[in-house]
Design a protein around this ligand. Structure first.
Ligand code: 57M
Length: 360
């Protein structure tokens, strides 16, 4: 919105012409979201404490977490507010894909907020309940999937396969269940990962920085042609949204780094995961998300393996505790060391993913 007002001034003062460029607006969406989250952080922590939005710690969890009892949670509110304000300020709001991305962030954030509120405020450990939570996640994903089926143009249901430029299967109506899997899977994968201070927020930041780059390339006809990836008109503006997410996530990290002053809650983890899955669909780089978000995939697979093996063997365990970050914790590694090593691995995954844009 702001860009439209300022860009029009370029007829009087040419340097305002810079506001038309997505790269410029993505950078300032990042900076704006970062400053808003840094500014609002202490205020929100105070409010979460005042309304006793304090984390309940499970008894069966790692003993090192018991000292975290009472940490304010639902800090995802900070991320969502910063992203929405910054995106509304810097993105071209005539672009419907930006609204789809914001709907995913807000919709999944609302599901997470509802769950957190019941768990934390009303002391109901089940929250809204796994089945009901899954139903609402699926319903929102269905709405997003149908919209993208309509909006993504001629390639909307074609699937880009990393490394293989000649393979792009046409999913047709199977695109809808595929889209559901990407969005709901991503939302729950980030949720599972968010079990240590800063463990989920930095890989999410790295993912959104990666998808900001991909959005820009996919939304640029010449770059898309050169890289032999699908051109999606309007996807470039989603880079501004991704930039806002990077800034807001870094601002949240300021308060969530070890020892955390607040947790994001399901409010944040479901919102980030839902937005990430939706951005992967908008940019037509869904399968690449498995590489970009490799940490989230590893965390989820560790749970599937643990639960599956437990059921298969009647009590056996693959890991000391799942998700895998707890396994290293049970082995005696200090939390900060596990967290930073997961950040490094997450960065390597993102670099490998970006390299596939050329390896086709
Ligand atoms: C999401 N939530 C954290 C915080 C955060 C099937 C099973 C694998 C499910 C899984 C589970 O319950 N996942 C829920 C993970 C929780 O964090 C809160 O939840 C929000 C994210 N959704 O924002 O509000 C705890 O994580 C710690 N934490 C931090 N710093 C942070 O910045 O230290 C979170 C954020 C917080 C805090 O202690 O309370 C969580 O871990 O629950 N279950 C598990 O992950 C449990 N694993 C388990 O049961 N493994 C079993 C089977 C089922 C696989 C096994 O290995 O046999 C572990 N988590 C807990 N206790 N709390 C271990 C047991």
């Amino acid at each position: 919105m702001l860009w439209k007002l300022l860009y029009q001034l370029h007829v009087y003062y040419f340097p305002f012409n810079v506001f038309r460029y997505i790269t410029f607006r993505t950078i300032y969406a990042t900076v704006t979201a970062l400053f808003i989250s840094l500014l609002l952080g202490p205020w929100l922590i105070g409010k979460l404490r005042k309304y006793r939005m304090a984390q309940v710690i499970r008894e069966d969890g790692p003993s090192s977490h018991f000292k975290k009892k009472g940490t304010p949670t639902m800090g995802g509110i900070l991320i969502i507010l910063s992203v929405l304000f910054s995106t509304l300020l810097w993105a071209n709001l005539a672009d419907s894909l930006v609204w789809v991305a914001m709907l995913a962030l807000l919709g999944y954030g609302a599901i997470g907020f509802w769950d957190d509120y019941l768990k934390v405020r009303l002391g109901n450990p089940k929250g809204i309940g796994a089945k009901r939570k899954f139903f609402f996640q699926l319903s929102l994903a269905l709405l997003l999937g149908f919209f993208l089926y309509e909006k993504l143009g001629i390639h909307s249901t074609d699937l880009l396969v990393p490394f293989f430029k000649r393979i792009s299967p046409h999913l047709g109506l199977f695109y809808i269940p595929f889209a559901l899997t990407v969005i709901v899977g991503s939302s729950n994968a980030v949720n599972l990962t968010d079990g240590m201070d800063g463990l989920a927020i930095v890989p999410a930041t790295i993912c959104f920085a990666t998808y900001a780059t991909i959005s820009y390339l996919v939304g640029h006809a010449r770059f898309a042609q050169y890289l032999k990836i699908f051109y999606v008109p309007g996807a470039g503006e989603v880079a501004v949204f991704c930039g806002a997410l990077v800034g807001a996530s870094l601002g949240f990290l300021w308060f969530n780094s070890y020892p955390a002053q607040m947790f994001m809650g399901d409010t944040g983890s479901l919102a980030l995961g839902g937005a990430l899955g939706t951005v992967a669909l908008i940019t037509k780089h869904e399968l690449l998300l498995a590489i970009v978000g490799g940490i989230f995939v590893v965390e989820t697979l560790s749970v599937i393996l643990q639960v599956g093996y437990f059921k298969l063997t009647g009590g056996g365990r693959v890991f000391r505790m799942a998700p895998i970050h707890h396994h290293f914790e049970q082995k005696g590694l200090p939390e900060p060391k596990i967290i930073v090593r997961f950040w490094i691995i997450s960065l390597v995954f993102a670099l490998i993913a970006l390299s596939t844009l050329k390896l086709r």
